[in-house]
Design a protein around this ligand. Structure first.
Ligand SMILES: O=c1ccn([C@@H]2O[C@H](COP(=O)(O)OP(=O)(O)O[C@H]3O[C@H](CO)[C@@H](O)[C@H](O)[C@H]3O)[C@@H](O)[C@H]2O)c(=O)[nH]1
Length: 475
């Protein structure tokens, strides 16, 4: 990427929603800003700053002296699991604790800047789109906010259409709702999304459900921001993006963000746990391994864990499975399972996912369909089995199977026979077809962030717009 500099460097404050995956993706954005010569203040959640992997983050950013981490609390205990089933606690706590802290950060920054501290005054705020309170607080300090929404564009657009679905009687659900019926009132997606593919927040029988109302109103509030950034690419989600653009004139479609750094990271930067995964993969045949990971916010019931386990073992394929403590809400995998899988399965607490997906031994990805995992798999051309848990994952898994045709959607079903069948389809029965379409998707993703590609050009516009804001403020 080109090194850019100006005499008045813009200074952006990057503020992620306080969960690991949102922080990861906004760190990529912060790194792009740093490479572009910006000063960056990154509000890092205290539970991540004090967590086991912050060392890796700080050594990655040591080369950018103009990037400064400032801790912020979400008000929950440091060891709270922050899983999808408990996200309401996070929303509530952010409202009470983080909102006033954010105001305080801006106030103290404004005072320091006016006294001169070697850092430029803030140019703008780049905040996670689920924290739209940033828009009004930033305005009080004469600052603009650009929101960053790390969901798929299709999920964002679906949430935007929810009031229309309610008006048309397609939502809320009824006890006898036909989950396989196509949803009619999401423009551009009429032939794609069924009721069961709507974001999990929509699975309610009361339209005033607080969580549904919250995510929908946050989505609409984004129209009050200066701009909206989406981590996707035109070729992947053109129908949704066309509709979003009609409502958001300043839309920056700049993904897949992790891709800008993929060829640059050295394998030597891996931690010991990361290296052990790669060494295990090194001993496996080409494209033979199923990588299994459900992200950072999924919770499995113990029976679901058992079903996945038997399905994987019965499929006869080698697998590498990430089982973090919060996945099983405390219930650990029985040791006889581990012994029973012999050398064929490896279970770890954490894996360097991007490196695992790019490893020649990896042949498939059993995932929850979180948006980062989906983009990472697409980028590496690895076909997927999706078992969506919550949020945007129901939408993403439908796109994987029905629109892009790069995998299998298990949607709502989790038994050993279904798991085994899905693995066999992915690794044997539909192997060639799925590999072919995955390879094409990877090509599109890589082209979009290469010089002259649609995301590359959009990113350049974003950087120029922020520079322009900085210039306008200083004159
Ligand atoms: O052992 C692991 C586990 C995860 N990851 C990384 O963690 C991220 C996981 O992100 P994602 O796939 O998006 O899953 P979640 O952690 O579940 O992310 C939440 O946030 C996403 C972005 O908003 C949503 O799409 C998801 O539905 C929501 O659950 C990815 O970058 C992975 O590479 C690792 O590197 N190693």
């Amino acid at each position: 990427m080109e090194q850019r500099s100006t005499s008045i460097p813009p200074h952006v404050l990057v503020f992620p929603f306080p969960v690991q995956s949102h922080v990861n993706v906004m760190l990529n954005l912060a790194e792009i800003f740093s490479i572009s010569g910006f000063q960056v203040t990154f509000l890092i959640p205290d539970h991540i700053q004090t967590g086991p992997r912050f060392d890796q983050i700080s050594s990655r950013f040591a080369r950018y002296p103009a990037l400064y981490f400032q801790a912020i609390s979400d008000g929950l205990p440091l060891d709270h699991p922050r899983t999808g089933d408990r996200v309401k606690e996070l929303f509530d706590s952010i409202n009470v604790t983080t909102k006033p802290q954010f105001r305080h950060v801006l106030k103290s920054r404004a005072q320091i800047s006016s006294n001169g501290n070697g850092r430029a005054p803030l140019t703008c705020i780049i905040a996670d789109g689920i924290m739209s309170f940033t828009i009004d607080i930033a305005k009080d300090f004469g600052l603009r906010t650009i929101l960053f929404r790390p969901f798929s564009a299709t999920c964002f657009w679906t949430l935007f259409c929810v009031p229309k679905l309610i008006q048309a009687g397609e939502l809320p659900l009824k006890e006898d709702s036909d989950m396989d019926k196509l949803v009619e009132n999401i423009l551009g997606m009429e032939r794609v999304l069924r009721v069961r593919d709507l974001p999990s927040f929509c699975r309610v029988e009361d339209a005033s459900d607080p969580q549904l109302q919250h995510v929908v109103s946050e989505t609409h509030r984004a129209t009050c921001a200066h701009g909206l950034i989406l981590n996707t690419l035109e070729d992947l989600e053109e129908p949704a993006l066309a509709r979003i653009r009609a409502n958001f004139p300043k839309l920056y479609v700049i993904g897949p963000l992790h891709g800008y750094f993929r060829p640059l990271r050295s394998p030597n930067s891996l931690s010991e746990e990361g290296r052990s995964c790669i060494e295990w993969l090194d001993d496996q045949p080409l494209k033979s391994v199923v990588f299994v990971s459900f992200g950072n916010m999924t919770v499995l019931k113990s029976q679901q864990l058992v079903e996945f386990w038997h399905g994987l073992v019965n499929s006869g394929k080698p697998f590498l499975w990430v089982v973090p403590a919060n996945l099983t809400a405390g219930c650990r995998i029985p040791t006889e399972f581990i012994d029973g899988s012999g050398k064929r399965g490896k279970v770890v607490d954490w894996a360097p996912q991007e490196e695992v997906l790019s490893h020649p031994a990896t042949g498939g990805f059993l995932t929850h369909g979180g948006w980062n995992s989906t983009l990472e798999s697409i980028y590496e051309g690895v076909p997927m089995i999706c078992w969506p848990f919550y949020a945007d994952q129901q939408v993403n898994s439908r796109l994987v199977e029905e629109v892009w045709r790069i995998g299998v959607d298990m949607k709502d079903i989790c038994d050993r026979k279904t798991v085994e069948k899905a693995v066999r389809e992915l690794m044997e029965v539909r192997r060639e077809e799925l590999l072919k379409s995955s390879k094409e998707m990877a090509r599109l993703a890589r082209t979009s962030i290469g010089q002259g590609g649609s995301s590359y050009v959009n990113l350049d516009c974003l950087i120029k717009d922020i520079k322009h804001m900085s210039y306008a403020k200083s004159t």
